[in-house]
Design a protein around this ligand. Sequence first.
Ligand code: GLU
Ligand code: ZN
Length: 465
Amino acid sequence: MIRVRFAPSPTGHLHIGGARTALFNYLFARHAKGTFILRIEDTDRERSTQEYTDSILKGMEWLGFEWDEGPFHQFERLELYKEHVEKLIKEDKAYRCYCTPEELDAKRKALLAAGKKPKYEGTCRNKDLEPRTSNSEPYCIRFKAPQKGNVVFQDICRGEISVNREELDDMIILRTDGTPTYNFTVVVDDVTMNITHVIRGDDHLNNTPRQIQLYQALEYPIPQFAHLPMILGPDKQKLSKRHGAVSVIEYKSMGFLPEAMLNYLARLGWSHGDQEIFTKKELIEYFDLKVVGKAPSVFDIEKCTWVNSEHLKKLSDKELMKWTKPYLEELGIQIADEAYAAKAIHSERERGKTLKELAQITAFYLKEEVLFDEAAAQKWLNENGKKGLKALQNKLFSLKSWDEKILHDTFDAIMKELGISKMVELAQPCRVALTGTTVSPGIFEVMAILGKERVLKRFEAALKK
Ligand code: GLU
Ligand code: ZN
């Protein structure tokens, strides 16, 4: 039975890299009908906050990563870690280290000066292990790392990895203040939660051999590991603000669909032939960790936006309206007439690449008053423009029916009457009067959707300008 976990530290928002790690764990679990666990790694009390925990959960919920167990909090599991530390001490696999920061620092400097790699040299390793109860000298607990041979493991993404044990010094597992360290808690958690596959970013690759030594010392089975490749910006630099929003929840406010986001995140390291657009169901069906290699992937906001627009195209008008509504509300628009709003959104849907953009370009239909782009008004609502509008107003007023064909005929008649040879000369003043700008869907379509009453009202207001 496959069991995987996503284990964020609540020291920041859920960022693109974290979301991709969560996604791969999620897809791997769902594909195999296994279990997906959420664990909050909050032993670092100084940097962990409730605000970040909430924000991470919100990001997970938005993306639709339903977890099956958790969220577990490491901070509530301190007893468990202590028990494991005791066990190691009892078995002579861990020891108390009384070295002071000054002593450690001096040794470090000496090693560096001698051209050697700094590491803990095992000063306290073979001293007596009894606690010095007679005084209150502070100490930490270090793991007594085996020193001969190699740690070897098969990484699903990177193949065989082998590290000489000499590289791995006696790491601290319990700090002087009694809190356990990351490499220790992660092992205790992964074994007690029966994790079968550890899937995480390759920034943790250096930790894995140390963790394997701990599994071995605790005599626990070792899970399989998959270290996911880095995500870079298009300039091949580490992903940062310069390349677009880093925190995933910002993509919600930018008007991205969660499913499009899943699609794009999945393609950061994974592929399925040359298919680009996937539903969530397809991602679950096709996902395979073995396809993920070690080459870094590139996060490109333009590609991400394209993927989003492809997903928007697949939505029905009704679904699209449901998704666009919150973005319209942000613009101060409450939808009163759903049928009208649906027509309005339908007429703009080809042009909006994000829900936010779609809301912005649809807003003119739904706002009570037209918001004029001043340059457009200057250019087109001049004397000539107004003359055309006035003539249109009179003819439109007396129209008995209202559709694109009749509106087109009316335009033709006015152009003849006023001797206007170019359609733009009538259409642009009309467009500015109705939408406030010079770009919109076809003028007859816009007028047909707005309806007679709104059109005449907006003409009235424009003529007053
Ligand atoms: N808490 C670690 C992090 O946020 C992840 C640890 C792991 O997946 O093993 O980077
Ligand atoms: Zn020491």
